[in-house]
Design a protein around this ligand. Structure first.
Ligand SMILES: [Zn+2]
Length: 291
């Protein structure tokens, strides 16, 4: 883990098909008086927040930790601090943007000074909670359990524009074999989706029950067009369920972040650890600054 993360122990491996059990850890402070901060892709990948003083430093200068490489970013004209308000910007003309300069000193992608424009509709993330708690609860039927893939046609037609693609998702069903902590009454309820009409007779479909057991069986549940029974598990389609397609806009924030982590340039996911949901522009879309 990057310096300053709150994880006391590495996360333990989870059961097949389940995410790793996150470590519960007390918050720690970063006591150095450097004045500069740090953002890390580890935060996006592990969900464990970096120390508050690193994410919200005294000076608007950040070391960026991209996993195996360090670069530098700073803001010449920082936005007014809106830490943790999480509010949608309702100003006329949308969210004001601000400049971020990014210096990568090393070849092959550098030396390069890049100019980024960032718009942060939710402001900067606030202080991390006092304790890091696991956030994996037993799935509610109808919530998205997994994003299977992005639509190959959309990827071919609009390469790199992952925010315009459709995504195949598997919805959770009520399954006594799926473990997970019971959701506390005060925890936010996940958004749920309808299974909807059956796949059109001309399209192949994927069995949701088989897909949810893919780590045990290595079967991804694909069935031929027109079939009404899964050829893998033998269940009728109405019984086993099928995966559905949603646009990026329709996805809840957690899945948007997951898709962005896979398909967006690393620097976007990295900057979003400080500015959740931020729009990041850097000129030529095919040449994002490397972190
Ligand atoms: Zn099946």
């Amino acid at each position: 883990a990057a310096p300053g993360t709150a994880a006391a122990d590495p996360p333990a491996g989870g059961a097949p098909g389940q995410p790793p059990a996150a470590a519960v850890a007390e918050k720690v402070s970063w006591t150095s008086e450097l004045g500069v901060g740090m953002l890390s892709l580890d935060e996006a990948d592990s969900g464990v927040p970096l120390a508050d003083h690193l994410v919200s430093p005294e000076k608007n200068i950040f070391i960026l930790h991209g996993g195996d490489h360090f670069t530098l970013a700073w803001m010449p004209n920082p936005p007014p601090s809106r830490d943790g308000d999480g509010a949608k910007e309702e100003e006329e003309g949308g969210t004001p943007s601000f400049d971020v300069l990014h210096w990568n000193g090393l070849p092959p992608a550098g030396p390069r000074l890049a100019h980024l424009t960032v718009a942060a509709p939710s402001g900067s993330r606030g202080p991390a909670p006092v304790r890091h708690r696991p956030t994996y609860y037993k799935p509610v039927p109808g919530q998205i359990q997994d994003v299977v893939q992005a639509h190959s046609d959309d990827k071919a037609i609009r390469p790199g524009m992952y925010e315009t693609w459709r995504y195949e998702v598997q919805l959770a069903v009520d399954d006594p074999n799926v473990s997970g902590e019971e959701r506390p009454p005060d925890a936010p309820r996940p958004r749920v989706f309808e299974q909807g009409p059956p796949p059109s007779p001309g399209s192949s479909w994927r069995c949701a029950a088989c897909y949810s057991k893919r780590f045990e069986t290595m079967c991804f549940g694909v069935n031929e067009a027109g079939s009404e029974e899964c050829r893998h598990c033998g269940k009728r389609r109405e019984e086993c369920g099928w995966t559905i397609w949603l646009t990026y806009e329709e996805l809840p924030n957690a899945q948007k972040g997951q898709c962005a982590r896979v398909h967006a340039p690393k620097i976007v996911s990295l900057l979003r650890t400080k500015w959740p949901g931020a729009k990041v522009e850097y000129g030529d879309r095919s040449n994002p600054p490397a972190v």
